[in-house]
Structure formats: structure tokens, C-alpha cells
Design a protein around this ligand. Structure first.
Ligand SMILES: Nc1ncnc2c1ncn2[C@@H]1O[C@H](COP(=O)(O)OP(=O)(O)O)[C@@H](O)[C@H]1O
Ligand SMILES: C[C@@](O)(CCOP(=O)(O)OP(=O)(O)O)CC(=O)O
Length: 198
């Protein structure tokens, strides 16, 4: 059941996309447009990494940055995260949204990876949820540094949302700046409508 009486969030924008499709790039732009005081970026991988680091005695800061360190542990983090999600599909979604920034009216969830991630926010926030898929051609992703990695790019962590989800918005991020700006204009408009309506 959606928490329709709650005053915040007024809009919950759930982003998904393949590695190097440009999720971070696009969500940063969107947050800047909406204002950091009004819009909080929440990463589902944040609590995952934090719990994983605690249980395995690892350096959380290094898991959070884009280093080789993270890649060393990626496969095991995926496996470990899957075990947790199997016990409770909303586990990381719930933890990620428990932060001081949750008082802001707009939430951007940056990295949904499984159908249960999208479903969690749709079930909880109903019409306030907007699901967004960021897409870029393989060639473009390769130019941004993507290299196919077996066990990662062919696993649920990367492919769980390839099919079977009806996205509210699809953003094509192939590198054409003006086209991206137009798509962000539209998305910003939909978000502001939700902010104004409720
Ligand atoms: N539209 C764009 N214009 C210029 N650079 C981009 C664009 N989209 C992504 N990038 C760059 O490509 C790289 C990968 O993007 P990133 O947002 O980190 O991808 P993801 O979060 O999906 O893995 C980053 O260096 C980012 O700055
Ligand atoms: C174990 C992960 O959460 C690692 C996610 O790391 P990032 O959130 O840093 O994302 P990338 O852009 O793919 O490098 C994946 C998962 O299956 O949950």
C-alpha cells in the first residue's frame, strides 16, 4: 500500500541502467537542476557496501569510490547482496532511504538492479514513483571504459531489469548533449508536477 498520507517524499525517481550508461552523470545533472536542498540522491549500494565492509573487515571508503578495490570484491558483494535480498527483497531499499536527506521532497534512487527494487518503491510510493531507465549503445559505453566482465555483465545484478519492466521514462544517453537536455527538461517537468500537486 502506498504511504499516500506522508508529506515527503513527493516524488521518488528510481534510476536503472547498465554499467557506463551514465546513471551517475544523469542523476548528478538532475539533482543540480532540482537543487541539492530539495533533492536527495540515495544509492541502494550504499548500505550494501557498508554492511558488507563491516562483516568482512574491509575499507568502506575504498569500496565506495570507483577503484579496483571495489572491482576485487564486486562478485562476492553481488553474491552476498543476493543472499540478503532473498531473505528480504526490500532490505537495502529500506536502509538506503533511512537518512537525514529523506526529509527532502524529491528522492533520486540511483541504482535499482532488480525487479524487487523497482517494485518496492512503486508499492510504497504509488503515483509518486517515477521509474527511469538510462540507455546507451554498447559502443558508447565501451568508449566510457566499459569492458564486458563475465559473472558481472551477464548476471542478475546487471541484467535483472533488461526485460519485464514498463519504464515511465527512458533516457537515451548516447552523448548528444542537447538531446539529453531535452529529455531532462521533460523529466524535471514531471517531477515538478508531482511536487506541485501534493
Ligand atoms: N552524456 C554524457 N556526456 C559526457 N560524458 C558522459 C555522459 N554520460 C556519461 N558520461 C561519462 O561516462 C562515464 C561513465 O558514466 P557514469 O555516469 O559513471 O556511468 P554509470 O553510473 O552508469 O556506470 C563517466 O566518466 C561520465 O562522466
Ligand atoms: C554489489 C553492487 O551493489 C555493486 C555496485 O557498485 P556501484 O553502485 O558502485 O555501481 P557500479 O556503477 O556498477 O560500479 C552490485 C549489486 O549487485 O548490488
Amino acid at each position: 500500500m502506498a504511504d499516500i498520507d506522508a508529506e515527503v517524499p513527493l516524488a521518488v525517481v528510481i534510476f536503472s541502467g547498465k554499467r557506463k550508461s551514465g546513471k551517475d552523470f544523469v542523476t548528478d545533472l538532475l539533482q543540480r537542476r532540482l537543487g541539492e536542498d530539495k533533492c536527495e540522491l540515495m544509492r541502494l549500494s550504499g548500505p550494501l557496501k557498508s554492511q558488507y565492509a563491516k562483516e568482512h573487515g574491509l575499507d568502506l571508503e575504498r569500496l565506495l569510490d570507483a577503484s579496483e578495490y571495489k572491482e576485487t570484491y564486486r562478485l562476492d558483494m553481488i553474491r552476498w547482496g543476493e543472499e540478503r535480498r532473498n531473505q528480504d527483497p526490500g532490505y537495502f531499499c529500506c536502509l538506503a532511504t533511512r537518512c537525514p536527506g529523506a526529509q527532502k521532497p524529491v528522492w533520486i534512487i540511483t541504482d535499482a538492479r532488480r525487479k524487487t527494487d523497482v517494485q518496492y518503491f512503486r508499492d510504497k510510493y504509488g503515483t509518486r514513483a517515477i521509474s527511469v531507465r538510462v540507455e546507451a549503445q554498447e559502443e558508447v559505453r565501451r568508449k566510457r571504459g566499459w569492458v564486458f566482465t563475465s559473472g558481472v555483465d551477464d548476471a542478475e545484478s546487471e541484467c535483472g531489469l533488461d526485460e519485464g519492466v514498463t519504464w515511465d521514462v527512458i533516457i537515451t544517453n548516447d552523448g548528444e548533449h542537447s538531446h539529453l537536455m531535452e529529455q531532462l527538461d521533460q523529466l524535471e517537468h514531471s517531477i515538478r508536477e508531482k511536487q506541485g500537486k501534493q
